[in-house]
Design a protein around this ligand. Structure first.
Ligand SMILES: Nc1ncnc2c1ncn2[C@@H]1O[C@H](COP(=O)(O)OP(=O)(O)OP(=O)(O)O)[C@@H](O)[C@H]1O
Length: 219
């Protein structure tokens, strides 16, 4: 099956540092790609460059075989990106944050009680899986770092997207959270989706193979 995202010769300088040196990337449907490296090795920079959120010096990026600059909207329509930070508003509740972050839930008929109740029901179910359903109406500022991370990760169950791009998705999580994220990734790729993420440590998803892009300290 043809690849979703591919890139050839990705080269990224930051100041005098060659962070990423002629790296090739291929993300087919049903695959897991991990970008691994130490602190400061360029993982986030490469991940963001691949989806148009950071500049790069050399390389070609393609979405489904088309130069990405011509089909960027198609890439974004198929993308779920979770950044390094939780990306939620501290003054809003988990429910409010997730309604805002999940277009499928917030679009259209939020003025109608039935639609709002349906969205709340779906969000409550996912937060229950994550062990934080009882926090649904508290301001996120009152939640721990790991709980805030879980709010952000709930999007993996609430949004529908072919390609997940996750920057250090296991940050701040305990063993249960870690297992939940791994299960979501396995489920997604088993259903034909693809996942690309950054990590400090290599992760295993047996029996699903993982492709590793290893960045060295200075690219
Ligand atoms: N806009 C920029 N200008 C100058 N240096 C930058 C810029 N962006 C990133 N860097 C540098 O590039 C290096 C790589 O940063 P990056 O965030 O990609 O690393 P990382 O591998 O994701 O690190 P960590 O594991 O700590 O999150 C760092 O030394 C950082 O300071």
């Amino acid at each position: 099956m043809s690849a979703l995202l591919t890139a050839t010769g990705m080269t990224i300088w930051r100041g005098d540092n060659l962070l990423v040196d002629a790296v090739d990337v291929c993300v087919p449907p049903g695959s897991i790609v991990q970008i691994q490296g130490t602190n400061g090795s360029g993982k986030t920079t490469l991940l963001k460059a691949l989806i148009g959120l950071a500049e790069y010096d050399e390389g070609e990026i393609y979405w489904r075989g088309q130069p990405v600059r011509k089909v960027r909207d198609e890439l974004y329509a198929s993308l779920l990106y979770l950044g390094h930070r939780a990306g939620i508003s501290a003054g809003l509740t988990p429910l409010e944050n997730l309604l805002a972050l999940c277009p499928e839930l917030s679009a259209g008929n939020q003025g109608l009680d039935g639609a709002r109740d349906g969205a709340r029901y779906r969000i409550t179910q996912v937060l229950d899986e994550l062990g934080i359903a009882d926090r649904i109406d508290l301001p996120c500022a009152a939640l721990s770092a790991g709980q805030q991370r879980r709010i952000s990760l709930a999007r993996l169950r609430l949004q529908s997207a072919l390609l997940w791009v996750l920057d250090e998705p296991l940050t701040s999580l305990d063993a249960n959270g870690y297992a939940w994220v791994k299960a979501q990734i396995s489920r997604h790729v088993s259903a034909g989706g693809a996942v690309m993420f950054t990590t400090h440590q290599p992760l295993s998803f047996d029996p699903i193979p993982v492709q590793t892009i290893l960045l060295s300290d200075n690219g």
